[in-house]
Each structure stands twice: as C-alpha cells, then as structure tokens.
Ligand binder design. Structure first.
Ligand SMILES: *[C@@H]1O[C@H](CO)[C@@H](O)[C@H](O)[C@H]1NC(C)=O
Ligand SMILES: *[C@@H]1O[C@H](CO)[C@@H](O)[C@H](O)[C@H]1NC(C)=O
Ligand SMILES: *[C@@H]1O[C@H](CO)[C@@H](O)[C@H](O)[C@H]1NC(C)=O
Length: 350
C-alpha cells in the first residue's frame, strides 16, 4: 500500500533511466516501509499499519468545523470500521470507515488555512490516501448564488497574500485594493494606501517552486463532478421554514480563501469584480495546495450559508447546518461515483 504512493513520488523525480528508478525504487520502498507511516516506536505505529493493510487505498474526506462534521453524522452514511474506527493524532481524530462501500478516512481539520494544511498533510503522510474530497460551508461573494446552493469550484485563490504598499507608490499592474477609494462619504486618499494581491509559492513533487495565484482542483475529478447535478438538496429547515429557492449544484465557479471571516459588502463586491470569485471560505485554497504539493487529486464542495456581507440578513444559525448538509449530499454522491475502483487510474492522473 505504501509502495504505491512511494512509486508515485519516484515517478515524478527526473531520473535518467527507468532501470535506475526501479532499483532505487525497490531500495527506497524497503527503507520507507521501515520508517513510514509512523516511526516504529510510536505507540500507534501498529494500529496505523493495520489500517493501511486491512483496507484502502482510502478517500480522505475533510471538513473544517463541527457543524460540517455533524452534517456527515446526520446523513447516517458513514459506517465506522468494525476493527479500528478512529485514531487520534495531533489533536485530530482520523475516522476510518466506508461511505456507500468506498473506503474513507474522514477528519475535521479545525478552521482556517494552517489547520487545514497541517491536517491534510498528516492524512496523506500517515494513511494510504488516493485522493481528497473536501466539503464545507461558504459565504457567497456573488449575488447569483443563493443560500443552500452547493458550488463545485474549478479554481481557488488565496486572497490574503498581500504586499501592503507605501502611500503614493506607483501601481504595479497586479490587482490592487485602493483603501482611499472606499472613504465615506466621498472617495479620496488614505494613508493605508493600497493592498497589492500576490501569488502563493507552490512546492510540489519533482517541480521547481512555482508562484501561482489560481490553484486548480483536479481536472479529472472536476470533470466527473459535473455528473453530480440533479441531486435533490435540502430546502427546508423544518416543517414551517423553507428557503424561497430550490437549492442547486453550481459547477465551475471560482472560489477564494483567506483567514478572514468576511462580512463586508464593499470587500465582497471588490473580490467578485476584481477576481470573479463567487465564494469566500477559510480553508479550501490550503487544502487544494496541500493536494497539489503531494500530487494527489482533490475536489471541493462548498454549500452557501450566507452572503459574505450586505444584502438581506438571513443569518439563522441553522442555515449553516442546511448548507453543510447539502455540501455533504453532493460530496457523498461524488464519492459513490468515483468508487474504490478507479484508485489506480486516478493516482497516475496528475
Ligand atoms: C423553523 O425554523 C425557523 C427558522 O429557524 C424558526 O423561526 C421556527 O420557529 C422553526 N419552526 C419550528 C416549528 O420549529
Ligand atoms: C466569471 O466566472 C463565471 C463562472 O463562474 C464565468 O461564466 C464568466 O465568464 C466569468 N466572467 C469573466 C469576466 O471572466
Ligand atoms: C474510471 O476510469 C476510466 C478510465 O480508466 C474512466 O473512463 C471512467 O470515467 C472513470 N470512472 C469514474 C466514475 O471516474
């Protein structure tokens, strides 16, 4: 099981001859099996070994906070493994089981990008994972999305990587937020000057570091996800309160991520107009980046729980539950579609 992922890593190194790759591969696999997934003296070493041998490769299913995890429980579709059903590592609980017969390990990462990145890296290093499915809630930055809709973004931008420029400095041509343009009641100048958006550094297997603004989800998985359209999603909170719209799956928008709880109409509008992003959340870009660093396919489903500022205030806490429930419905349908069978095919598809 570990051999598979090691092979994948080796394939992306640029060795001259295939023969060399094979020899080095065999040597490394031996070394790696002695030292991974957890050091041999680790109290959970044998447990993790068994999890990786008994089943898998697994889909890693990740969500950020408890409302999102609860939605999975409420679906009743995650069946815990009868052997070891969970392992606690670094304060996270990795839950082992199946969804519709597909081997899955799910984990709640904690909110924001650092928690999300750390947890996905652990999941990939410690367990035999062939792809990551991420679901959660998001705020809409575009008026065209409605509460309860589930987005399947093709790209994410990390929109909190900034150069904060000097007052009266020259504009560089990169997207920029000019603070004075938002003075109230009249536009003007402002000593906070402007914020220039910058790309992030992407490190990945066998590649030079790349500066990248738009982080793509996996194209094959994104394509497969287009089949998940006509699902019936939840429209009512209870017997008396229903949303005016029938929630739908929206495939192909762009999303933004920052460690910011966004509740500001001017900034939401700026993000939409400058970057054409339809959603804002606090984890997705980090998860997609962790997947790309490791050459693992990744897809994101985000249910709209509110507008990220302005508009009619409809922020009932239960709307987050509804948004999370709808995102889970789409994520589970996707997991059912990809099944266990295509793991080998998808592993090589990077
Ligand atoms: C249904 O949900 C709405 C919104 O949260 C709430 O105001 C109402 O009291 C709920 N009705 C029932 C019967 O629980
Ligand atoms: C903005 O994104 C949508 C998809 O979300 C796309 O259909 C549209 O063409 C994009 N607009 C621009 C100006 O790029
Ligand atoms: C499985 O992989 C094959 C290619 O080997 C592809 O044609 C098919 O669409 C995939 N099925 C799913 C559900 O991903």
């Amino acid at each position: 099981m570990i051999g598979g992922s090691m092979e994948r890593r080796l394939q992306s190194w640029s060795w001259g001859a295939e023969f060399e790759v094979m020899v080095v591969g065999v040597m490394l696999m031996v070394l790696v099996q002695q030292s991974l997934p957890l050091r041999s003296s680790h109290p959970l070493h044998d447990v993790v070994d068994r999890i990786n041998q008994n089943a898998g490769p697994y889909i890693g299913l990740v969500m950020a906070y408890s409302t999102e995890e609860d939605a999975l429980h409420l679906s009743g579709l995650f069946i815990p493994s009868s052997d070891t059903s969970s392992v606690d590592l670094a304060g996270r609980r990795f839950n082992i089981g199946t969804i519709k017969g597909v081997d899955v390990i799910y984990v709640m990462t904690g909110e924001q990008t650092v928690n999300a990145g750390i947890t996905v890296q652990m999941l990939i290093n410690i367990f035999d994972i062939w792809g990551i499915v991420h679901y959660g809630t998001a705020g809409a930055t575009s008026d065209s999305l409605l509460i309860g809709d589930v987005t399947v973004p093709e790209y994410f931008a990390y929109t909190a990587s900034w150069k904060w420029t000097e007052f009266k400095s020259e504009r560089q041509g990169l997207p920029e937020l000019n603070v004075g343009a938002y003075n109230y009641p009249t536009k003007g100048e402002n000593l906070l000057a402007s914020i220039e958006f910058t790309p992030v550094e992407l490190y990945s297997n066998g590649e030079q570091m790349e500066e990248i603004f738009w982080l793509p989800t996996n194209p094959t998985w994104f394509g497969i996800a287009s089949q998940v359209q006509d699902l019936q999603l939840q429209q009512c909170l209870n017997d008396t309160y229903c949303l005016p719209n029938t929630p739908k799956v929206v495939h192909g928008v762009r999303g933004s991520t920052a460690d910011i709880y966004l509740d500001n109409e001017a900034y939401r509008d700026f993000l939409f107009h400058e970057f054409n992003v339809s959603t804002h959340d606090e984890e997705s870009a980090a998860i997609v980046m962790a997947c790309r660093s490791n050459g693992i396919p990744c897809i994101v489903f985000r249910g709209i729980s509110d507008l990220a500022g302005g508009g009619k205030k409809l922020s009932l806490p239960s709307l987050s539950s509804l948004a999370a429930a709808n995102a889970v419905t789409v994520a589970i349908k996707f997991i059912e579609l990809i099944g266990n069978g295509n793991s080998t095919y998808s592993r090589q598809d990077q």
